[in-house]
Design a protein. Structure first.
Length: 382
């Protein structure tokens, strides 16, 4: 009777915190890779085909080319052979140098043979040209220039010719920038940078904003400037919707395969990562394999927490900076990160090394060897 009543005591050691974190990371990255493949191989190509992507993309290219034609035809942007028309940042920098050369140099001819556009040429003063020659609005020109000149007052207004002139001491320091035989000094470089950052760039930004109201149109151009902007905006909004919906669908399909179907059809409710790492999921109280209804809590929670990487699914189709303009994907990723941090904090302070979702679904993670010990104690044949 004593032999029959003797009970075997088994020490149960929950999975270590580090291994529980590794399981989460493995699940996350496998699901992310699966989502990425589904997005690029299936969902995005089908979405493009169904929504006539090629036609819309061609409209975007055509409108963008027309928009840049307006910039250069109006001489708001100046250009030489060292860069392409669509390189807006380079065009603005080059236009600034030409703009500054108008005020620094007294002669129309450039003293630098590599940059023949430099010099006291009327077209180099692009800001004046737009507001006076195109808009015929001296008041707006004067008010804008005065506002951005207030910080350092490097320019003075000549009432006689009704134009701004660069102060002589500033002009002298900047002259060496346009002289290939000389090198600009520290003070001249400071003037150059400040005039760019605090006067020309804000003036140019204001000018470009006003084009959305006052428009530009030239003969033989298919669209006006405003029409170009509208087409570009509409196509970009369409593209953002396409990328957002495709990313969400890809994530959902990958989640259904990885976190829902696969664990529900295998006996141990295991994800692929758990199978590889030989880790078991059991009920915290009974130490039996987690039942399907309770597993669904983990699956639903995983749908949201695995969204941490959803923002980067379209990364193969758009440039990196554009990803952060997809508001839904950005907020979904941030929400998932907050959820993951909460899960991690709960895990770090839980004595049984359970995360928040483990607690909610009454789960406990064990190694395969630990579960086999329990089965042996229960008299099962392993």
């Amino acid at each position: 009777m004593e032999e029959e009543n003797k009970q075997e005591i088994v020490d149960i050691h929950p999975l270590k915190k580090s291994r529980r974190i590794l399981v989460f990371l493995a699940d996350f990255f496998i699901n992310l890779i699966l989502s990425y493949l589904i997005f690029n191989i299936m969902v995005a190509p089908i979405g493009k085909e169904l929504t006539n992507f090629e036609k819309k993309n061609n409209q975007h290219i055509e409108a963008t080319e027309e928009m840049y034609h307006h910039y250069y035809k109006s001489k708001i942007f100046l250009k030489d052979d060292s860069f392409e028309e669509y390189e807006a940042k380079v065009a603005v920098e080059y236009t600034y140098r030409c703009f500054l050369s108008y005020y620094v140099l007294d002669d129309e001819e450039s003293i630098d043979p590599e940059h023949p556009q430099y010099g006291h040429k009327a077209e180099n003063d692009t800001i004046y040209h737009y507001y006076i020659d195109i808009r015929e609005d001296f008041t707006t020109y004067y008010n804008h220039f005065t506002r951005y000149n207030e910080k350092y007052s490097y320019f003075i207004f000549d009432e006689g010719i009704k134009r701004f002139e660069l102060k002589e001491e500033v002009k002298n320091e900047l002259y060496s920038y346009f002289d290939p035989k000389d090198e600009i000094g520290d003070l001249g470089q400071k003037y150059y940078d400040r005039l760019s950052e605090d006067l020309f760039n804000p003036l140019m930004a204001t000018l470009l904003d006003e084009l959305d109201t006052y428009d530009l149109h030239y003969e033989n151009e298919l669209y006006s400037y405003i029409e170009c902007r509208k087409i570009i905006k509409n196509v970009e909004e369409y593209h953002a919707r396409l990328m957002t919906i495709s990313a969400f669908l890809s994530h959902s399909i990958a989640w259904a395969i990885y976190f829902l179907v696969s664990p529900l059809i295998n006996k141990g409710r295991k994800t692929w990562a758990m199978m590889i790492m030989k880790i078991e999921r059991v009920n915290f109280y009974s130490l039996n394999i987690t039942k399907r209804p309770m597993y669904l809590i983990f699956a639903i929670y995983s749908f949201f927490i695995s969204m941490m990487g959803i923002l980067f699914l379209p990364s193969m189709l758009v440039n990196f900076n554009s990803l952060f303009t997809y508001t839904f994907l950005l907020y979904a990723s941030l929400f998932a990160i907050v959820l993951a941090l909460g899960d991690l904090i709960f895990l770090l302070f839980n004595q049984y090394n359970r995360s928040l979702v483990d607690f909610l679904s009454n789960d406990l993670y064990l190694s395969e060897d630990e579960l086999n010990e329990i089965y042996r104690a229960r008299g099962y044949y392993i």
